[in-house]
Write a new protein. Structure first.
Length: 228
């Protein structure tokens, strides 16, 4: 899908997408969830959706998948943080989509819901990443989530010491994270080949955005080759 086509579909369904956005904002507000420096959690949801808006054309297979993609971005933390169940999410999705679309959207949300765990590593273990790899669009939405968190933590937060610390955390995690969300075969250099189904693609353009934030310019090209 071209960028122009994706933007046209986004405009076509703008009213639905805006309703989804507002209800997701209200949901997280209802449980008093904030983000970063005490911002409304909707700030983060909007950043994830911005990633979908900017790069969704690279993965979107057809018009019917546009609204599920945006729903997944706005509701990706709704089970984990806002006390919804899988069925709650499905019921909400049905209000704006067909049954097939609603199932796709809900599966994205479910795949991005962390497991129980005492540590960051336990909450995002192999079972978690396996679910992401097996769910259409989940790798992409998770990548947009990571881009949003990296952007805020490293560039937007007023806590400079925390910015530096989280920059190193994300930088160290990135090779494992990218390996964990990608599916498909590898070439002779160990780099992932593009999947046959573009809905599972991890777009290189998003990796460039992450590298520009996390990696010094003189290291960037080599790092991107390693990430690929």
């Amino acid at each position: 899908m071209t960028k122009e086509e994706f933007k046209a579909y986004q405009e076509k369904y703008a009213a639905k997408i805006d309703d989804i956005r507002q209800e997701a904002h209200d949901l997280h507000q209802s449980v008093n969830q904030t983000y970063g420096d005490e911002l409304p959690y909707g700030f983060h949801l909007d950043m994830v959706a911005e990633g979908v808006s900017n790069f969704g054309h690279l993965v979107c297979a057809c018009e019917d998948d546009v609204v599920p993609l945006f729903f997944g971005s706005y509701y990706h933390d709704s089970i984990e943080d806002a006390r919804l169940t899988y069925n709650d999410v499905m019921q909400r999705a049905r209000r704006w989509m067909t049954e097939e679309q609603a199932l796709m959207a809900t599966e994205i949300v479910y795949a991005l819901t962390n497991d129980k765990g005492r540590t960051r590593a336990e909450r995002a273990g192999e079972k978690y990443y396996k679910g992401i790899r097996e769910t259409p669009y989940a790798p992409f939405v998770k990548l947009c989530d990571r881009l949003a968190n990296v952007t805020y933590s490293c560039l937007c937060s007023e806590d400079l010491s925390a910015n530096s610390r989280m920059r190193e955390v994300y930088k160290q995690e990135m090779p494992h994270f990218l390996h964990a969300i990608q599916t498909g075969e590898k070439d002779e250099n160990g780099h992932h080949l593009p999947p046959d189904d573009k809905r599972f693609l991890v777009p290189f353009e998003v990796l460039v955005g992450l590298a520009e934030i996390l990696i010094d310019e003189y290291e960037r090209e080599e790092t991107l080759q390693q990430w690929g």
